[in-house]
Design a protein around this ligand. Structure first.
Ligand code: SAM
Length: 183
């Protein structure tokens, strides 16, 4: 299997209104193995701080940054050799395209918020649907990242974590750095 790098571009973010959904896109991007999320929309330092607080405690390398121009960002990533996958219910079926997508070493995954301009559809290398039904950018992102990695990210270890979970059949087991356990 090709070792892949994933970056997520969140197209659109409005202060306050989109906080919850964008922060969930950030958390999903991190948990499901992306190295970075770029938010094209209002600069939201509160969002960045809260996601980075999670990343600091739970480990691994992750970045949240903002762009004033999704066009420039997309062009820069294409120049760096990223294959651009735009998630949209109007696209080709994920299950039919996945073999091709798994061969790409660097993938920029775009998820929308409000209506996405037609230029995004044109400039992306692939427009991919996670079902042909309208649902959510959070769900589409999680499923696409999971399929791209054949579920391998589910067992990912996050280096330098100050806190991690010991899976248990019932209840909660949290291990803090230094071996301290809490229930
Ligand atoms: N109303 C917006 C429009 O017409 O473009 C879409 C809103 S939808 C909640 C936000 C984002 O979720 C979309 O831009 C897309 O990235 C993602 N999304 C929703 N359903 C999807 C699906 N079935 N397949 C892939 N992505 C999907």
């Amino acid at each position: 299997m090709v070792r892949q790098e994933f970056v997520v571009l969140r197209y659109g973010h409005r202060l306050v209104r989109d906080y919850r959904v964008t922060s969930h896109c950030c958390l999903v991007a991190r948990a499901f193995g992306a190295s970075k999320i770029i938010v094209a929309g209002d600069k939201d330092e509160g969002l960045q701080k809260s996601v980075m607080d999670v990343a600091k405690r739970w480990g691994g390398k992750f970045e949240v940054c903002f762009t004033e121009s999704w066009r420039k960002t997309l062009a820069q990533f294409k120049k760096k050799g990223f294959f651009v996958v735009h998630l949209t219910m109007y696209g080709l079926q994920l299950q039919k395209e996945i073999k091709k997508l798994r061969k790409k070493k660097k993938v920029l995954v775009i998820v929308g918020s409000q209506k996405v301009e037609s230029l995004v559809y044109e400039q992306s290398d692939a427009n991919i649907a996670v079902t042909g039904q309208p649902h959510s950018e959070i769900a589409a992102l999680a499923v696409a990242l999971d399929w791209l990695q054949k579920g391998k990210e589910l067992g990912k270890q996050f280096k330098g974590a100050r806190i991690r979970i010991r899976p248990v059949e019932r209840g909660k087991r949290v291990i803090k750095a230094g071996g301290q356990k809490s229930n």
